[in-house]
Design a protein around this ligand. Structure first.
Ligand code: NCD
Length: 307
């Protein structure tokens, strides 16, 4: 039985297979419409979500399966004090696969250790968000034609943004990747990412504070929201929240073929006017999230669809 806790749980070859499968699903959805008939996906969300939960549910429904679950800790027995381990043991009796999101780092891993079914980490605190990374890689692969030899700017809350942590982990395995880390001093990537991931693997990167200084030679700009729910006090959040606002003036400094990604939700960090720029691909990215989750469910359930 396989789980997905981090993007590194898949080898680069497996990732390539998964992205190819997602591409085939996009082209021929009818081939996959009954692949998961009789199977159930449980979505156990202890934290708010729109895209991740609904795209998981849409993915399973598109595959002909069914979904069940809860969308807040308050509406589950967590409110009565039940542990994640006990909850997953019970869910294992009701469903065939589970996607779990939890505010505590490591909660999905704890769940996977007691689970009788494959567990997918749909976000654990400020740690990892591997299925967002699969979505990001599919977006980059489809719209850039490759995941290698790219200069990637990551901008915003690089400290608490779990999507950034997972994406860095995944991308360093491709050749010719270079990062420009754009954040205020207080929201720099955690030191374990800088030393254990980037420096340990000799990945070229630089850190900057001004987006204007970085944007000109990027192939990809990955914007993120300031993660309000992970701040210790509201004052710090208020000070940081509008640090970056990508607008048309800044977009004018970027390359013609630079792509802007964002895991969403957006707050203020991308002005609405940028949505009409053909380089803004964040809504397309959200659509890719369904195909890649369909591919992931099939892969973890070991279901093959003949071509
Ligand atoms: C992200 C998350 O939950 O980490 N959202 C998502 O899943 N698309 C990003 C965020 O909340 O800022």
């Amino acid at each position: 039985m396989r789980h997905l806790m981090s993007p590194l749980d898949l080898s680069v070859e497996e990732l390539d297979e998964l992205l190819k499968l997602a591409g085939d699903i996009e082209k021929h959805p009818e081939k996959y419409a009954h692949a998961c008939e009789g199977k159930k996906l449980a979505t156990c969300f202890y934290e708010p979500s729109t895209r991740t939960r609904l795209s998981f549910e849409a993915a399973m429904l598109n595959l002909g399966g069914s979904v069940l679950g809860f969308h807040s800790a308050d509406s589950s027995s967590a409110a009565k004090g039940e542990s994640v381990s006990d909850t997953i043991r019970v869910i294992s009796c009701y469903a065939d696969i589970c996607a779990i999101r939890h505010p505590k780092e490591g909660a999905a891993l704890v769940a996977s250790q007691k689970s009788g079914i494959p567990v997918i980490n749909a976000g654990d605190g400020g740690h990892q968000h591997p299925t967002q990374t699969l979505t990001d890689l599919l977006t980059i692969y489809n719209l850039k034609g490759r995941c290698d030899h790219l200069k990637i700017g990551l901008c915003g809350d690089l400290k608490f943004g779990r999507t950034v942590h997972s994406l860095i982990n995944a991308l360093i395995r491709y050749p010719g990747i270079e990062f420009v880390l754009v954040s205020p001093e207080e929201l720099r990537v955690p030191s374990y990412i800088r030393t254990d991931v980037l420096e340990a693997n000799d990945i070229p990167f630089c850190e900057m504070e001004k987006l204007e200084d970085a944007i000109g030679d990027l192939d990809i700009l990955y914007m993120t929201r300031v993660q309000r729910e992970r701040f210790f006090n509201e004052e710090d959040y208020v000070r940081m929240k509008d640090f970056y606002i990508l607008d048309n003036k800044k977009m004018a400094l970027a390359k013609e073929d630079m792509l802007v990604l964002h895991p969403l939700p957006r707050v203020n960090e991308i002005a609405i006017e940028v949505d009409d720029d053909p380089r803004a691909v964040y809504f397309k990215q959200a659509q890719y999230g369904v195909y890649v989750r369909m591919a992931l469910i099939l892969t973890l359930l070991g279901i093959k669809v003949d071509s």
